[in-house]
Design a protein around this ligand. Structure first.
Ligand code: NOJ
Length: 467
């Protein structure tokens, strides 16, 4: 493996087998929600509730990707990308969550997977990216322990029908967001705002991951690599007085989802309402959550910076930190912010990778990283998203540096290929390297797509030489 092949110092070479991809998710891109036998998901229901999403936006049409497979595959191909991460819609495959299989749903993903393979693009399939079938929500959703087994049964079907061709399966995307935003805070579907229920959902989701991993390994395509995607952040304390709190926050936002998978336990968290209540952790559950995986996926977007509140007032660039009245979150004015208001810090990615590497030597993939920019088409028809290029460049350099330090990082998937339905923020935020005109569904590669395409083609990134 050659990482730096002796070229001038400002050309950073990635290993030959490094994957450069993009990521998407079914509900955010597919549309066609009532077609070909797809069942209803909790996001279809949630979007109908007044005030839950920006302007009442929903995924009914989204990027219409369901009907534009070939166009989008060609787009990926033209951009020289060698990997693509997408999600399988549970309600397309099992409209009621369990029971009879919808062949048209299977056919759709077969077309997508085969189309990727024909173009030499490695498919990574996420089994659960938040679109729980409504029929299962009606039975209690993630508060019902049975949902974990239902997910495993669905994962077994995915493994049987797609496992001979996908490069990897990700069981669950971002368990933290499923539990925290869906059940603790309630700003995502199904919209429950109850801390205790957040803890219960957390455990059931982690259990589902373990059971799904076992189900895939027991399937007829049991050798296909399986892992999970966790969203991680770098917690930075600006003052020694907030260091202890920083450790606690790190456990709450990172450890709570990493440790059950890698260490077979939940971390010690002072604020016990963050933890799953004891009565939901049964028998050998923690052995199940820590079933051996083949890789770990990391979604990294931003760091969390904190300082003690002390007797100072909360400034305009600070915010109350959920569950921690003695500290505040800080957005230092000198640091860039994305259109989501998220801090930009590629150093955080390096630190997160280091931390995960200290816990496991399994291959690591950055399964998502990206930024929202208020992109627009200029009069010449171009989209000059320089902020995204610089975000991408800095985070790719962080990847390269991590590989050079011996971290087993095997691939990077930019979020996202296309502008798409950004959950509660609807279509108000654009994350794509390809612009989508939602009136016409026209796709226009942004400058960042051209930049990324060059990187993927040359497997090399150029940085300014030190002065
Ligand atoms: C993570 C999620 O997996 C994805 O669905 C979302 O759109 C991006 N973050 C950006 O918020």
């Amino acid at each position: 493996m050659t990482v730096d092949s002796g070229q001038p110092k400002n050309n950073l070479y990635f290993p030959d087998d490094f994957l450069f991809g993009t990521a998407t998710a079914a509900y955010q891109t597919e549309g066609a929600v009532s077609e070909d036998g797809r069942g209803i998901s909790i996001w279809d229901t949630f979007c109908l509730k007044p005030g839950k999403t920006y302007r009442g936006d929903n995924g009914d049409i989204a990027c219409d990707s369901y009907h534009r497979i070939d166009e989008d595959l060609d787009l990926l191909n033209n951009l020289n990308l060698n990997a693509y991460r997408f999600s399988l819609a549970w309600p397309r495959i099992l409209p009621n969550g369990t029971g009879s299989i919808n062949q048209k749903g299977i056919d759709h993903y077969n077309r997508l997977i085969d189309g990727l393979l024909e173009r030499g693009i490695a498919p990574a399939a996420t089994i659960y990216h938040w679109d729980l079938p409504q029929a299962l929500e009606d039975k209690g959703g993630w508060l019902n322990r049975d949902t974990a087994q239902y997910l495993a049964d669905y994962a077994a079907i995915c493994a049987d029908v797609f496992g001979d061709r996908v490069d990897r399966f990700v069981t669950i995307n971002e368990p933290q967001i499923v539990a925290k935003l869906g059940y603790r805070v309630g700003i995502h579907a199904p919209g429950v705002a109850d801390p205790i229920k957040g803890g219960i959902a957390t455990h059931h989701v982690m259990l589902a991951h373990g059971l799904a991993t076992q189900a895939i390994k027991a399937s007829k395509n049991g050798s296909v690599p399986v892992g999970i995607t966790v969203d991680l952040t770098d917690v930075v304390s600006l003052d020694p007085k907030s260091d202890e709190e920083g450790i606690q926050i790190d456990r709450e936002v990172n450890g709570l989802y990493l440790e059950p998978v890698l260490l077979g336990k939940y971390p010690e968290i002072n604020q016990i309402e963050m933890l799953p209540p004891d009565h939901v952790i049964l028998g050998n559950d923690m052995e199940i959550t820590s079933t051996e995986i083949d890789f770990i996926g990391i979604n990294y977007y931003q760091p969390h910076i904190i300082r003690p509140l002390g007797n100072r007032e909360i400034r305009f660039d600070e915010y109350e930190y959920y569950g921690h009245p003695t500290i505040v979150g800080v957005k230092p004015p000198e640091m860039p912010l994305t259109d989501m208001g998220w801090l930009v810090d590629a150093g955080g990615l390096e630190r997160v990778l280091k931390k995960v590497d200290s816990m496991t030597k399994k291959p690591i993939y950055i399964t998502e990283n990206g930024c929202a920019v208020s992109d627009y088409v200029d009069p010449t028809g171009a989209i000059h998203d320089n902020e995204r290029i610089s975000y991408l460049q800095d985070h790719l350099v962080a990847c390269w540096r991590s590989i050079n330090q011996g971290i087993n990082l095997k691939g990077y998937y930019h979020w996202s290929l296309l502008d798409n339905f950004e959950w509660a923020a609807g279509y108000s935020k654009r994350f794509g390297i390809v612009y989508v005109d939602f009136l016409t569904q026209k796709r226009i590669p942004k400058d960042s797509a051209l930049f990324y395409s060059e990187v993927a083609k040359s497997k090399m990134i150029t940085v300014n030489p030190p002065k």
